[in-house]
Design a protein around this ligand. Sequence first.
Ligand code: AMP
Ligand code: MG
Length: 354
Amino acid sequence: MQIIKGTKVITVAQAADLAAIKEAGAIIRRGGLVAFPTETVYGLGGNALDPEAAAKIYAAKGRPSDNPLIVHVARPEEIEDLVADIPMVAEKLIEHFWPGPLTLVFPAANKVPRKTTGGLDTVAIRMPAHPVALAFIEASAYPIAGPSANLSGRPSPTTAQHVIADLAGRIDMIIDSGHTGVGVESTVLDVTVNPPQVLRPGGLTLEQLRQVVPTITVDPTTVQDTPPEIGRVRAPGMKYKHYAPKAEVLVVEGQPENITAKICELYDAYVSCGRRVAIMATAETAPSYKERRVAIVGTRANLGSVAANLFDQLRRFDASDVEGVLAEGVDMVGLGLAVMNRLRKAAGYRIIKA
Ligand code: AMP
Ligand code: MG
């Protein structure tokens, strides 16, 4: 155990570490905040039924209070208390995909504070597939409101070190269980509309969802390559500037050969102006850049590896002297859909088609 700026940091390797998990649960019952690991990214947990805890979460993150919080449960039955209706399609999806990176948006029961839902009459709920997260939720004896445990506008945290960098001194405890696996946030699916609609692409792919419910649609603002008009975005969080690293990011999209040629050209032009730039590449394309400064984020053959490392890599650029990042686009299939959604936002939609 360590205390950093007043925040307790405990390492919990397994759900069986009862003393630590009980302590985290007790903090939640007292109205405090605990950052916890999930399979997607670290969450910032507070009692979802306590409007004051929700207010503390918004304050700790510096998050606009109309951006709703996802409620985390340890068992599917817990949703019965939190929602006004469970559409049949939701039951089917829960059976297939919970626990896992799928958040479902339901009509909210009255007992869910409107502070937690950002003022909406709907509530977003998921059951994470992480033993420590589940044990922590059980120990707290409340559903846990848990947005990503980063300062608003920074890349989501995939290690406890990221959480410490953003939130030490602002919350009561951080549970460190190492790297998260998926690396991008959950898929948010609205089941209050028919057919259900993806409001945010994420760790559960559209292809996986459509195997169970073929009619599922996608909010077009989440996959477009221009900044979404605020009035059209359906997940309130998607309208805010997000995942913004300090370095200016430019995404180059197209066929891999065209991407590498364009990035070499841009890189050399920047360097000749005296700018410190780096390339965010994949293992397959990295050799094309020769002596240029390259960070490999993952492989094109396994876009899950890109998802897993994306936020960590963006934070590494932040910690370096790099002023500009030339990032390769990837195919918008599988986890590539979530990766490109995050990357385009990180770039503020500065996109070049190669
Ligand atoms: P984060 O907490 O950082 O993972 O972000 C949660 C995402 O889920 C944001 O984009 C929210 O806008 C979205 N979300 C949460 N609750 C709802 C809801 N009731 N309706 C629509 N989107 C929601
Ligand atoms: Mg977030």
